[in-house]
Write a protein that binds this ligand. Structure first.
Ligand code: PMP
Length: 358
């Protein structure tokens, strides 16, 4: 068996010890005689798996007691609707910040439920974040939504906005990459398939005073209060994805928690950005103040070499480096499971490719 270094933006690489443990426990989870996939979600085995995963996540993120942690379905895209359905609470307007493709999708979906005030937007084609003092907030916004890390363009907030309305963050591609102060947020959501676990489970962390007033017509499975009261089991939850997420949380704790993740991630991105900046052959188009730690897009000076670059990288065991289909070029996603060695190998490959083609 030979495993590659997988730079996919998601579903992305998972820590190898997690995959090994899942494999070991596949047919018989700890003497139960069953795979986790075969367990009733109401049985004591799965209930214990679920509770332990939640406890580990709460410990890793230091989630305050007045926040609910939900393990839902529907992906982050589902939450583009779930957020307004749950957080409008009788208000007609919400503020959104537009810093890229995922912000735009969230804005479009929210527009089905309320009046969306785009409080700030990155200028078209400029990969930056509008400064906080230029944002035009509304007085009556139910919440302010932003995307701390735009997975496609690699634009990341390295600060948390201060606003009066509850802060809502789509953390799909940045959650668990470093410590965050959960108490600054009204609601955090994230699709799992980057730093959390397999696709299929969606995390929602929500302050408990914000739930309980869902819009009439909200599907029961996306009523955060109903799900909070039911321990995310108002219907069958994505049990296997939840279990693997729990193994990932344990792995993060064993590695030293989010401080350790942050240190490793910082070193990885510094390695890659330094290599890109030192060369005329590669470039990164993002404002240096908002360069992502998780998704690093870069382009070759001569785009006619893109296909050769990708094919030769693949032969070198470095895969899924193509940029998002909407932007082209390259993108290296460096989620928690990507070891420093993978980035070192990528940087060596890039230097060698440049020597041969530059
Ligand atoms: N938001 C962000 C920041 C994302 O990166 C993605 C997926 N790449 C989504 C939302 C959509 O997630 P899902 O496919 O889980 O609905």
């Amino acid at each position: 068996m030979s495993r590659v270094f997988n730079f996919s933006a998601g579903p992305g690489a998972l820590p190898e010890p997690v995959l090994r443990q899942a494999a070991e426990e596949m047919l018989d989870w700890r003497g139960s005689g069953m795979s986790v996939m075969e367990m009733s979600h109401r049985g004591k085995e799965f209930v214990s798996i679920a509770a332990e995963a939640e406890a580990d996540l709460r410990a890793i993120l230091s989630v305050p007691d007045n926040y609910k942690v939900l393990f839902l379905q529907g992906g982050a895209s589902g939450m583009f609707a779930g957020v307004p359905m749950n957080l409008l609470r009788g208000r007609a307007r919400a503020d959104y910040v537009n810093t890229g493709s995922w912000s735009k999708k969230a804005i479009a979906e929210a527009g089905k439920f309320c009046d969306v005030n785009v409080a700030a937007a990155s200028p078209e084609g400029v990969l930056t974040i509008p400064p906080r003092d230029t944002w035009k907030l509304s007085d009556d916004a139910a919440y302010l939504h932003y995307c701390p890390n735009e997975t496609i363009s690699g634009v990341e907030f390295h600060w948390v906005p201060e606003v009066a309305a509850p802060l809502v963050a789509d953390m799909s591609s940045t959650i668990l990459s470093r410590p965050i102060d959960v108490s600054k947020f009204g609601l955090i959501y994230a699709g799992a398939q980057k730093n959390v676990g397999p696709a299929g489970v969606t995390l929602v962390i929500v302050r408990d005073d914000l739930i309980g007033e869902a819009l009439p017509g909200t599907p029961t499975v996306w009523d955060f209060k109903v799900q909070a009261d039911a321990g995310s089991m108002s219907n069958t939850p994505p049990t296997y994805a939840w279990y693997v997420a729990g193994l990932v949380f344990k792995w993060i704790r064993e590695q030293g928690g989010l401080d350790a993740m942050a240190e490793r991630n910082r070193r990885k991105v510094e390695t890659l950005y330094r290599a890109i900046d030192a060369s005329d052959f590669y470039s990164n188009p993002v404002d240096p103040d908002c360069r992502s730690w998780m998704n690093v897009p870069f382009v070759l000076a001569d785009s006619s070499l893109d296909k050769t670059f990708l094919a030769e990288a693949r032969d070198a065991g470095l895969v899924t480096l193509a940029g998002h289909r909407s932007v082209g070029g390259m993108r290296a996603s460096l989620y928690n499971a990507m070891p420093q060695e993978g980035v070192d190998r990528l940087v060596e490959f890039m230097a060698d490719f440049e020597r041969r083609n530059g």
